[in-house]
Write a protein that binds this ligand. Sequence first.
Ligand code: SF4
Length: 206
Amino acid sequence: MAERILAEAATIAYTLCGNRYLNITSRCTLRCAFCPKFNGSWEVRQYELRLREEPSVEEIIAAAGDPSQYREVVFCGLGEPTRRLEVMLEIAERLRGAGARIRVNTDGLASLVHGRDVTPEFAGRVDAVSISMNAQDEPTYDRHCRPRHPDSFSAMLEFSERIQRYVPEVVMTAIDGLPGVDIAACRRLAEGIGATFRRRVLDVVG
Ligand code: SF4
């Protein structure tokens, strides 16, 4: 019972800039050195995002509210949403059916983690993905993202290429200002595989 009360108090959904964000897990595949949660804070803006218990599909749908009130519904918290791939896709399908535009902010490692090409499963459920490429090469990526799995950088690039067959809008992002990150080279790499590139600023969610 105590755990259930904690889960109900957690921030499952939050609103920023007219978008509704869904925080469905605190688990990650990466351990990014620049991440607030590895620097002593689980807060993004005024929202405390640590989930001590993962919410159910129905809890997330209830927390999402009326999707017509928002520009986009975005899967984004301080965890990787594709760690709960089936839950995420079910919610995406249901909210999209209710009129939402769906975006997934991801590390692009879902196929690596799940051991199969999961990109076709996004078709008709997700309108946009934003993939954190974070670096122009593997050594720089490994330095900042500290992946748990070998070959994460190349797996992220392959996911970014394949997902374009199934999702209309694919954006790859990198954070300007991290040591060794060459934003111009990141842009060339992203555009070279057919994605749009967006430069991000540290600590700005979106
Ligand atoms: S993927 Fe995102 S939430 Fe996970 S460690 Fe990296 S910055 Fe933090």
